[in-house]
Design a protein around this ligand. Sequence first.
Ligand SMILES: O=c1ccn([C@@H]2O[C@H](COP(=O)(O)OP(=O)(O)O[C@H]3O[C@H](CO)[C@@H](O)[C@H](O)[C@H]3O)[C@@H](O)[C@H]2O)c(=O)[nH]1
Ligand SMILES: [Mn+2]
Length: 746
Amino acid sequence: MAKCLPLYEKTIMKRSIQRALDSGIFFLLVCVVAYRLLLLSNHGFSYLQTIAFLCESWFTFVWFLAIIIKWNPVDYKTYPQRLLNREVEVPAVDIFVTTADPVLEPPIITVNTVLSLMALDYPAKKLGCYVSDDGCSALTFYALSEAVKFAKIWVPFCKRYEVQVRAPFRYFSNGSMQPHRNSSLQFQNHWKTVKVEYERLEGKIKEAEENRFDSHEVGLDLAAFSNLHTKHHPTIIKILWENKDVSHDDQLPHLIYVSREKSLKHHHHYKAGAMNVLTRVSGVLTNAPYLLNVDCDMFANNPQVVLHAMCVFYNSQDDLQDIGYVQSPQCFYDGLKDDPYGNQLVVLFEYMARGIMGLQGPLYSGTGCFHRRKVIYGQFPHHTTHFMDGKASEQELMKSFGYSKTFAKSATYAFEETTCGYRPNGPFNNNLEAANQVAGCAYEIGTSWGSKIGWMYGSTTEDVLTGLVIQKRGWRSVYIALNPPAFLGCAPSQLVTSLTQQKRWASGFLQVLFSKHCPIFGSLFGNLQFKQCAAYLWILTWGLRSILELSYALLPPYCLITNSRFFPTMEERAILIPISLFIIYNFQQLLQYKETGQSIKAWWNNQRMGRINTMCAWLFGVGNVVLKFLGVRESVFEVTKKETCREVDLGQFTFDESPMFVPGTTILLLQLIALLMSFMRLGRSGCAVLEMICSLWLVLCFWPFLKGIFMFGKGRYGLPFSTIYKSAALALLFVLFCQKANHELS
Ligand SMILES: O=c1ccn([C@@H]2O[C@H](COP(=O)(O)OP(=O)(O)O[C@H]3O[C@H](CO)[C@@H](O)[C@H](O)[C@H]3O)[C@@H](O)[C@H]2O)c(=O)[nH]1
Ligand SMILES: [Mn+2]
């Protein structure tokens, strides 16, 4: 009986109030568009009304997509205990961690992530942890090898006392985590020893960071790293720990350091390239049928996460046939109070991701995701299409997968339906040569890596693209939101960092939208469900929003400067439409923040950052894509800086020379000029109430920029002079343009 209990349950969530509000807003948006159409047909063509019409139609379209996404939110509950009761042999899982830069991503962060993964509640012999280091840094390697020594006491400690948080820096940083769960004397002593050891590890890494360390002294073979150029070097693979004792459970998982070959002649495709190398290296070493990947800052916060994911894959034979990946939400630790940069994404994950869950399943978001290896290898669900399966000969496989025989052999096993996978025979040393071969930078030439198999190339958001290609083949995916959260990472804690991340996302999304992988084709010619296509469109068009939102933000100042109107006047009854739209929309947004336990301040910060991200970061994202299509410049993956210790001014807006601040400052200056001009006109002619409200609202949104202008000269809290004068020039140009247009019309 216990054997048939489901391993997970899906429940439909009732969100009738949200549904009603969503539909109401949609209705009002349609009214606004109808009003514009009516005006255009009654009064003939006007640029002002046409631009307003285009923008509002776009907003309505985006809202419609959002409604489709949010309509049927669902929840999954997983029961790991039931899986354990089934007494089946759990499958092996290969875990991938990527790091790219020892400065932006301090090794102590990577070390903590790795330690948390090595200590997961899962048989150690079934886990293989692979760290890809695109920075090819001796420091990262040294830190990891020291981490292994510490892991030998950390992992048994965690398992013995059932420690909740298994990233030591979190475990020891929290004052409340003083020995309390189990206050036996033995535990307390143990705790103290482990803490001292962790501090020693931290100390060693810090010391190595500060002085260039001597390889003889640290007793490590660092010869491979000497005289290296990080963009041009041979492959370095080091087995940091091999779990040889197959019979013994109480051990450490494998830990392998991989720095793939780089050459100036070959494009390395950033994270996607690194993931593909890890896929192949793990293929010849452990070949686990499941892959888990995390960014270097995303430590495992829920030690049972692998069991939870397996509950989804193993629920029934049917699920095994069509669930491609299991995604957990991105959650962040030490989030700044009230989310000043709007990058904690709580509402996005709660409403959008849960909604998409009710469709074909969540998009792949790059970290905290479990994939089935054969899905990554291009397999279709239910074997509907035999792109590749056990029947393909090694020769055929080598055409797509590259010339390594060892790898092709491992791939044939991966396609077979054996749930526990195939483990290549013998110690790793037997296959190290093959591992080095498949990590070479020329290995992928002429193969399907990055185009049909593995992580996809061509977008700086390789995650969404890869997930899309998988879902296009008909795979479903499942979202598991665990409590405590499965993984925790660090959200950017500075404005510029956050904007840079948003810019990369916006351009990455557009690259997908305008590629052959466009979800519309996926629905027409592939197995992507139509509603799922809507979900992809909603996110992939982020960048385009910048142009429309920016145009819309120029309309109120245009009207105020030229003394014209684009909204209904006080005398018209139609004025009720925009007013109620404004109120209901903001109420609905506010409600979402309340429902997810966030403050009003957090709502305001997010809505403000919404405007700033769209008009500043996303606009430059569009620019990047245009430059790429024109062949002027390739888009690059700018790695997000991860902070280890908090700085004093966190949460305050700081600026730098980045051109991303120019559009924001220009919009702000324009609103100020326009408001000033209309105040001077006050009394002489009718007052454009709604236009003024819009302008004021925008001033409030860009308030931090206003502060930045006043703080000019006060270091990074002030906007730099160059930004201010460029913006002022642009604003003046616009004013001149308005006046010229006004003359021509009258
Ligand atoms: O050349 C590179 C560049 C990046 N990375 C790694 O990619 C990960 C994500 O980079 P990060 O700078 O943290 O980007 P974020 O914007 O924070 O990442 C989000 O967005 C990315 C796509 O833009 C996804 O890949 C990530 O999983 C997702 O968390 C990190 O582990 C990096 O080390 C590499 O391995 N090689
Ligand atoms: Mn990140």
